[in-house]
Write a protein that binds this ligand. Structure first.
Ligand SMILES: C[S@@+](CC[C@H](N)C(=O)[O-])C[C@H]1O[C@@H](n2cnc3c(N)ncnc32)[C@H](O)[C@@H]1O
Length: 355
């Protein structure tokens, strides 16, 4: 009989590693001129040794980032136009730099709170990167020594909060404790149900069972409804894994010990909005990255992108872009005419009317 293996690999380690892939892909898109992001290099391991990713990956990174940026910006603009600040919660945020970009952008004053949640190992790594970088800390408005790490999170009271949690745990315990009750005695809870709230799920729900992700959405639907404020959510992920291309993708990930239980209920782009409509949201829409590429990027931007790199794998690009989508959902707890006219138009806008 053999003794038990002491170095059994944590089954979530491979999921956490997808964060490095995402950060390296974004860094590559920055290096090649697709997007601007002065902060991403602080989150990439040994940035000077990273090689650019293939054009196909760079285009995908550009499209998803641009589409999500537009939805987030529009949420901030809508909030501002009704005289409110808003709060953003990014789930499975990994090394994402969106907070730093927003906090140095033109709508920074509309942001009441920006909360990031990920596994403690990932938030711990992020907190460490922040501790080392004055550029990152200056934006948050704290000194490096204020970045106190506790359980993989940061323990400072600023607009920005980095919280360690496993999103698969029941939200009635994790979210109620972390977001809806004061973390420190005498403080207010991190979230307010009376402010417009936007949830970001960028490449995270596919790794979770659908029951767990539905529970998160339902918790936020109940929470926002209790304060009567609008709730928006954006999901970016792969779908349609039943066809030949999807099966290759699934097998590639399986060889890295990553499975995608959360993508199974969504075989087509038309099925993606159901994630929101079945959990209490009042409206939802999904667009594939291919649709975004063809009709939701301005002709000037398409022209600029076309000069950056030689893109000769056009058919393969189309196939990849058809398997990723951005889906957004909206809940208006009081959907009267005024709320509809203020918030009902939130969504990506067609830029290329000829397609
Ligand atoms: C592909 S990365 C995406 C990171 C970031 N959202 C982006 O798009 O750049 C997936 C992230 O989701 C996180 N994640 C996956 N499942 C999670 C869970 N159950 N609880 C907390 N975080 C999770 C991973 O740790 C990882 O940081």
């Amino acid at each position: 009989m053999f003794p038990p293996r002491l170095t059994e690999r944590d089954p979530d380690a491979s999921i956490r590693e997808t964060d490095t892939d995402a950060a390296v892909a974004r860094f590559s898109a920055v290096q090649k001129g697709y997007v601007q992001d002065p902060f991403v290099r602080y989150f990439v391991p040994r940035p000077h040794l990273q090689h650019p990713r293939p054009p196909l990956i760079n285009v995908g990174t550009y499209l998803r980032g641009t589409a999500i940026d537009e939805l987030v910006d529009e949420w901030l603009v809508q909030s501002q136009s009704v005289g409110l600040q808003c709060q953003i919660v990014s789930m499975g945020a990994g090394s994402d730099t969106r907070f730093w970009r927003l906090a140095t952008g033109k709508h920074k004053d509309t942001l009441a709170r920006y909360i990031e949640i990920d596994f403690p190992e990932v938030t711990g790594k992020k907190a460490m990167a922040m501790r080392k970088s004055r550029d990152l800390n200056e934006v948050i408005g704290i000194g490096a020594t204020d970045v106190r790490m506790s359980n993989g999170g940061i323990g400072v009271q600023t607009k920005y909060q980095l919280l360690p949690a496993d999103l698969r745990q029941p939200p009635s315990t994790t979210f109620t404790k972390l977001l809806a009750t004061p973390l420190w005695e005498g403080d207010s809870p991190l979230l307010s149900p009376s402010l417009p709230t936007l949830l970001l799920f960028e490449c995270v729900l596919a790794y979770m069972e659908p029951t767990a992700s539905d529970a998160i959405l339902r918790w936020f639907v109940d929470y926002s409804s209790s304060g009567g404020s609008p709730l928006g959510a954006i999901v970016y992920e792969m779908f349609g894994l039943e066809d030949a291309f999807g099966k290759v993708m699934v097998n590639n990930l399986k060889s890295r010990n990553v499975s995608l239980p959360g993508a199974a209920p969504y075989p087509t782009v038309d099925s993606l909005p159901l994630r929101f409509l079945n959990t209490g949201f009042t409206a939802a829409r999904a667009l594939t990255l291919r649709e975004i590429w063809k009709s939701y990027i301005s002709p000037e931007e398409l022209e600029r992108i076309s000069t950056l790199e030689m893109l000769d794998e056009v058919e393969e690009l189309d196939l990849v872009l058809e398997h990723y989508a951005v889906t957004w959902g909206l809940l208006l707890p009081n959907p009267d005419a005024a709320a509809q006219s203020q918030w009902g138009g939130w969504g990506l806008k067609r830029k290329n009317p000829c397609t």
